[in-house]
Write a protein that binds this ligand. Structure first.
Ligand SMILES: [Zn+2]
Ligand SMILES: [Zn+2]
Length: 256
């Protein structure tokens, strides 16, 4: 099975899985990059997964129905272009011999879901939309810091070799923030250099892995003393992990 990151808009990726015949896409914010990939590789579109209701994730769904032989799956708690199959926590779905488990991960939006495939060609795969980014996380548009912390903790508990497919190429700016929070993290500094090199070559920094994110992502590291101390510089009242998370998120919102 091939995993492709189709660039869309300025910094979105539409993830595509295909086996040379059948294709599945995740969060098609626009149809054109998907149509082009289907034609280039001679594929039939047979599934669409949607993580949440934002326009840059659903904008291409209606146009793709003309070529879709299969279903659109989307979060039960959000408005997704109809007809779609509503999915909730712990639901499972099958596509082309792969099994996906649905995880509700509220915070960025109220009904955001992630899709976790326990095994594709020997390692798990996660489509996490705008919840977990490499070295960062989504903004809290509809959820609370407590909800987002819980959602991120669930994702962080997945197997370390899980490939993390986020929807946005925000990694370099996230890494600048992460290095400000945790300047002494050598693995983080090394990964920032690696991503700078990838971007100079026009290559995606994704997929990441859960093991890497545990080591470099400040939003998954709220219990690390260095991260908590940095958050307390901004908000001295940030005593527990959720308050540290909230302080980091506020700080990142203003960070340039
Ligand atoms: Zn979003
Ligand atoms: Zn987005």
């Amino acid at each position: 099975m091939k995993l492709l990151a189709l660039p869309a808009f300025i910094d979105n990726y539409i993830w595509m899985l295909h086996d040379g015949r059948e294709a599945l896409v995740v969060d098609p914010g626009e149809a054109a990059p998907v149509i082009e990939a289907l034609q280039t590789h001679g594929l039939r579109l047979s599934g669409i997964l949607v993580t949440h209701h934002h326009g840059d994730h659903i904008g291409g769904v209606d146009a793709l129905r003309n070529v879709l032989h299969g279903s659109v799956y989307g979060p039960a708690r959000e408005r997704i272009p109809a007809p779609s199959i509503p999915v909730s926590d712990a639901d499972t779905l099958a596509w082309n011999g792969l099994r996906f488990e649905v995880m509700e991960v509220p915070g960025h939006t109220a009904g955001h879901v992630a899709y976790w495939c326990p095994d594709m060609d020997g390692a798990p795969l996660l489509f996490c939309g705008d919840t977990l980014f490499s070295a960062g996380c989504g903004r809290l548009f509809e959820g609370t810091p407590s909800q987002m912390s819980t959602s991120l903790a669930r994702l962080a508990a997945l197997a370390g070799n899980t490939r993390v497919c986020c929807t946005h190429e925000y990694t370099q700016s996230n890494l600048r923030f992460a290095l400000t929070v945790e300047p002494g993290n050598a693995e983080l500094a090394a990964h920032a250099r690696h991503c700078d090199a990838l971007r100079r070559q026009g290559r995606p920094t994704l997929p990441s892995t859960i093991a890497l994110e545990r080591a470099i992502n400040p939003f998954l590291r709220c219990r690390e003393p260095a991260v908590a101390a940095a958050a307390r510089q901004r908000d001295p009242s940030a005593h527990d992990a959720v308050a540290v998370f909230a302080a980091l998120r506020e700080w990142k919102n203003e960070f340039r």
